[in-house]
Design a binder for this molecule. Structure first.
Ligand code: SAM
Length: 251
């Protein structure tokens, strides 16, 4: 209860720069993402399951929030042409090291800003992975939908996207406390209240109910193919085929 109230106050009064600094430091000092054995260790089970069943077996794939390159290296091993981005320069520095260690063809890294799709990543891509839990680390519904819209614009129609996230399951009391702390602080200081589902872990994260996630994804031109909260919460989505896609008569 009190932890939630405190997080609500902190979220309402923290600047984007402060939240960025927490996130950047947390990951830069987490040895896991600089560990070459981890970064060459392949997919987690839920990623392997999704990729094996629902991704194409070749083509051009993009990994957003690539960390030290774990998913990128595994796609390269499987013969994909892989590209990616990572805003945290301490983590991004490990990507080439991981490719060297794995002995695979290097993927292409794009420079990018936090929360944003890299402007040089123009595709077309046949598949997309938003790195482990990263969608939940983007603050603000509008920012998240814009990110997905940009991604959709460079994906082939029907291309799959794997998106993992923090589920709101079992956290309803905490969510209510954060909302209360955030609302009271916002009223008192005349600032914006956090969105329902925002949390501190201690870096910023947003927890989703399935309905809210579905609405964001659909607003950006994707549909959810399957969704699960067993283990890591994740959804495999598909870039919706739009009428423009058919204008050249190819589909
Ligand atoms: C749990 S790590 C996963 C890293 C890598 N994909 C893996 O699985 O090993 C989350 C990643 O999201 C990135 N990230 C955090 N907040 C972000 C934001 N707002 N915009 C873009 N990337 C973010 C972090 O820098 C980190 O690389």
């Amino acid at each position: 209860m009190f932890g939630g109230l405190f997080d609500g106050v902190a979220l309402a009064t923290s600047s984007p720069a402060q939240l960025r600094a927490i996130d950047e430091r947390l990951y830069a000092h987490d040895d896991l993402y600089a560990d070459v054995a981890y970064n060459t260790g392949g997919f987690q089970w839920w990623e392997r399951d999704a990729v094996d069943r629902l991704f194409p077996t070749s083509g051009r794939v993009f990994v957003w929030a690539a960390g030290g390159g774990r998913e990128m290296v595994e796609f390269a091993r499987r013969g994909f042409a892989v590209e990616g981005c990572e805003y945290n320069s301490a983590l991004a520095a490990g990507v080439d090291v991981a490719f060297d260690h794995a002995g695979t063809r290097h993927g292409r890294m794009h420079a990018c800003e936090r929360d944003m799709w890299p402007p040089t990543a123009t595709g077309p891509y046949q598949a997309l992975v938003l790195g482990w839990s990263s969608y939940s680390l983007v603050r603000g519904r509008g920012t998240r939908v814009e990110l997905l819209e940009r991604a959709a614009s460079v994906l082939d129609p029907g291309a799959p996207m794997l998106l993992s996230y923090f589920a709101a399951t079992d956290a309803h009391r905490y969510i209510r406390s954060v909302a209360l702390g955030g609302r009271l602080t916002a009223r008192w200081f005349g600032v914006s209240a956090p969105e329902r589902g925002d949390m501190l872990t201690p870096n910023f994260a947003h927890m989703f109910e399935e309905q809210g996630l579905r609405a964001e994804v659909e607003a950006a031109g994707f549909e959810i193919v399957e969704i699960s909260t067993v283990g890591v919460a994740r959804a495999v989505c598909r870039r919706v085929v739009m009428s423009d896609d058919r204008s050249d008569g190819c589909l």
